[in-house]
Ligand binder design. Structure first.
Ligand code: GDP
Ligand code: IMO
Ligand code: MG
Length: 428
């Protein structure tokens, strides 16, 4: 059958995990296609919070099989911990989880290189999650990487030693102290654990499933504005977070893609360094952070906050070919008298709805449109058509600007808090 893709339209943390978890029961397969343990996807089920980093967000359901695709980079230690945590909830993970043999491995020296490179950048640091993501993708494209399938080789230790030696030589250019021994023991223990999981040729598995009429939901990590090609370069992650990344990261043909569901918050956040035109370094920004509990699910860092950025959203929608939008965290603005939305960028006195080439060194003045707040607790609503007029007016304003329907409205972190616009109830 088809593949639907669900991905972030902003700088990550849009609530992808929550929406995937809600939709997962409708799909046969949930597949992660890029990123790695830099991601933190939060699910709240029956009051219990689970944060997933590498495992797809369909894992808490009976029905779908969860696939970690070839485009993902895997830290065995994080994955082991994550699986043990899910096992402790009584879920037989091994029955529900398949891992691509072509997914690349994060080795301990990748993490050290990440930290050394960030430290060397000083004030210009990217604000990496320090999970070793960039060095691992560098080794992948540099054709030096280790892949999950390699752990089954009798030669694995020498393959590991080879890449480690290369990294130790590279580390000599940095003035950076590190201790490798403490990371290696748990890493090799985790490798033994991963050997007991289902390691497969996932491109065959997924295409075979499609030909048998199964449906797949591809789960993105990070967000479009962190994409290696189209994000706010160089303040980005090292993978293609956009819809085309699902083809590369899973080995599925573009002709199989049906819906592209783009997620946005009702406002905007960013964690780490880099351009953020609508950032609010004031009391309003502080209030959004406090009410929205805007602290990173992976690193715990405070997230930067600001108003929704419509030129950036429109750009993201264009790149991804978004067919429907899901909006999250509108409930965080419940008590706001006025809500603002950036409709244009003013650059050197010129007003435009386009993203400038160099967002990092261009002074962007956001032009805002003010809207009336709804001053109602959205968490209490159970049907789209009952939502307050003012809030529906806000949604219509966004839909008209973005020329796309907002089909899902998330009104709280909990799994069940998701309202569907009647006409678009079916996602696949
Ligand atoms: P992801 O990386 O895109 O999966 O998002 P994160 O899990 O990093 O961050 C989203 C945060 O918002 C998590 O704490 C979620 O539990 C929470 N969340 C998701 N949707 C909503 C919503 O509609 N309202 C509220 N209040 N919280 C939400
Ligand atoms: P999810 O999937 C938000 C950010 C980091 C940093 C930049 C590069 O939970 O939405 P990296 O470790 O990838 O080299 O960091 O990207 N970043 C994220 N921000 N959500 C994420 O994932 C992120 N993954 C990476 O903060 O600015
Ligand atoms: Mg997150």
């Amino acid at each position: 059958m088809n593949v639907d893709i669900l991905l972030g339209l902003q700088w990550g943390d849009e609530g992808k995990g929550k929406i995937v978890d809600h939709l997962a029961g409708k799909y046969d397969i949930i597949a992660r296609f890029q990123g790695g343990p830099n991601a933190g996807h939060t699910l709240v089920i029956d009051g219990v919070k689970t944060v997933l980093h590498t495992v797809p967000s369909g894992i808490m359901h009976e029905r779908p099989v969860n696939v970690i695709g070839n485009g993902v980079v895997i830290d065995p230690v994080t994955l082991k911990k994550e699986i043990e945590n899910i096992l402790s909830k009584g879920i037989d993970v091994n029955k529900r989880l398949l891992i691509s043999k072509k997914a690349h491995l994060i080795v301990p020296t990748h993490k050290i290189l990440d930290a050394a490179s960030e430290a060397a950048k000083g004030q210009n640091k990217i604000g990496s999650t320090l999970r070793g993501i960039t060095p691992t993708y560098m080794d992948k494209t540099g054709r030096n990487g280790l892949r999950i399938g390699d752990i089954l080789s009798s030669d694995f230790k020498s393959l590991y030693d080879k890449i480690k030696e290369k990294h130790l030589n590279l580390l000599k250019i940095y003035d950076f102290e590190y201790s490798l021994a403490e990371f290696e023991k748990p890493w090799f223990e985790a490798i033994e654990f991963i050997k007991s999981l289902n390691l497969i040729d996932s491109e065959y598995y997924l295409n075979d499933a499609l030909s048998k009429g199964k449906n797949i939901l591809a789960e993105g990590a990070q967000g479009t504005m962190l994409d290696i090609d189209f994000g706010t370069y160089p303040y980005v992650t090292s993978s293609n977070t956009i819809s085309s990344g699902a083809c590369n990261g899973l080995g599925i043909p573009p002709t199989k893609i049906k819906e592209v569901i783009g997620i946005t918050k009702a406002y905007c956040t960013r964690v780490g360094t880099g351009p953020f035109p609508t950032e609010l370094n004031n009391e309003t920004g502080e209030l959004i952070r406090k009410v929205g509990n805007e602290f990173g699910a992976t690193t715990g860092r405070p997230r930067r906050t600001g108003w929704i950025d419509l030129p950036a959203l429109r750009y993201s929608m264009m790149i991804n070919g978004v067919t429907q939008i899901a909006i999250t965290k509108s409930d965080i603005l419940n008590d706001f008298e006025v809500i603002e939305a950036c409709t244009d960028y003013e650059v050197n006195g010129k007003v435009s709805q386009e993203i400038p080439y160099d967002m990092c060194n261009t002074e962007i003045k956001p032009v805002y449109h003010k809207l009336c707040g709804w001053k109602t607790d959205l968490r209490n609503f159970t049907a789209y058509e009952d939502l307050p007029e003012t809030f529906l007016g806000y949604l219509t304003f966004l839909e008209e600007y973005l020329k796309t329907d907002i089909s899902m409205i998330s009104t709280g972190p909990e799994r069940e808090k998701l309202l569907f616009k009647k006409t678009l109830e079916s996602v696949s």
